[in-house]
Design a protein around this ligand. Structure first.
Ligand SMILES: [Zn+2]
Length: 305
């Protein structure tokens, strides 16, 4: 009997010990599971955060890092917008289209001829209306009436110092000028010595040059490259050849195609006899087209290098 009791008690004791061990190990397994779940959740949170920063890679409030002022803004679709710079020549004299052109509320570059009745007022109004202003340098041409070139044109028989003095005077006469392009100039615009003198003055003022490419042999780009001056070339004349609205709008579409192919384009129109009110109307009627084609109208200074 006593043996039976001892056996029974021992058995009970063993069961209790075994239960405690089971309970102990169950508790340990639970803790392990909790620990593992916590590790997994922490890792997931860390991973998601790292992925977010990797994709955004920006400093809050400093989104313009690595961007150039005036650089193309990304479109809604995330692609870079093509840039079109429209220059309007011949401000300073004939009033045809001047008011209409100056009232267009888009980035246009107004080329103002020096030494004329409305030179200063046109440049000042263009600047006040938030347009870019450049000097429209009158230069000797093979064709056309001498009066068309203006009162003080640059001619190929001038000495270097005379050309530089004339260009300096022109810049002093056109306030707010950010650069220069050529008025007429089929002869002087293709003369390497003359263009070199013009570009020296522009370099001294840290401005840009636009070769309007009125002649058959544009020389400015190569000379400007050697002198390290920013130089653009005209791609399309909007008006001049044909005074119809349809022709001008088609020319603007051609400029858009160049911009879409190469990223940027320059188009030149006129106030006065060569375009005026119709050119202003063509630009106004094309504004929605530019937007629909994701073309950004920019100042020449915004074209980049
Ligand atoms: Zn001109």
């Amino acid at each position: 009997m006593a043996i039976a009791v001892v056996y029974y008690l021992r058995r009970c004791f063993t069961n209790v010990i075994e239960m405690k061990i089971v309970i102990y190990f169950s508790s340990a397994v639970k803790k392990l599971i909790y620990f593992a779940v916590a590790v997994i959740i922490s890792s997931l949170i860390l991973f998601i955060n790292m992925d977010y920063f990797h994709e955004n890679n920006t400093i809050p409030g400093n989104s313009s890092v690595n961007s150039v002022p005036g650089d193309a803004k990304p479109s809604v679709a995330g692609t870079t917008r093509a840039k079109l710079a429209i220059i309007i020549d011949d401000f300073g004299q004939n009033r045809n289209g001047v008011a209409e052109m100056l009232s267009i509320k888009r980035n246009l570059t107004m080329a103002v001829m020096p030494f004329l009745t409305y030179t200063r007022t046109d440049a000042q109004t263009a600047h006040k209306n938030k347009h870019e202003v450049i000097v429209h340098l009158p230069m000797e041409s093979y064709k056309g009436e001498p009066a068309w070139v203006g009162p003080r044109p640059i001619i190929t028989t001038m000495k270097d110092f005379e050309i530089k003095k004339l260009v300096t005077d022109a810049f002093n006469d056109v306030p707010f000028a950010a650069g220069a392009n050529i008025h007429m100039g089929t002869k002087a615009g293709g003369d390497q010595r003359v263009i070199s003198d013009v570009l020296d003055v522009i370099k001294g003022r840290n401005l840009y040059f636009v070769d309007s490419r009125t002649g058959n042999t544009p020389v400015a780009r190569n000379i400007a490259k050697k002198k390290k001056i920013i130089c653009y070339e005209n791609d399309v004349f909007i008006d001049g050849k044909d005074q119809s609205l349809d022709y001008m709008k088609n020319q603007l579409k051609a400029a858009c195609e160049i911009a879409q192919k190469t990223g940027k384009a320059v188009a030149i129109g006129h106030v006065g006899a060569e375009g005026g009110k119709i050119t202003a109307q063509a630009i106004n009627e094309m504004l929605s087209y530019f937007d629909s084609k994701n073309i950004q109208l920019v100042f020449v200074s915004e074209l980049g290098k």
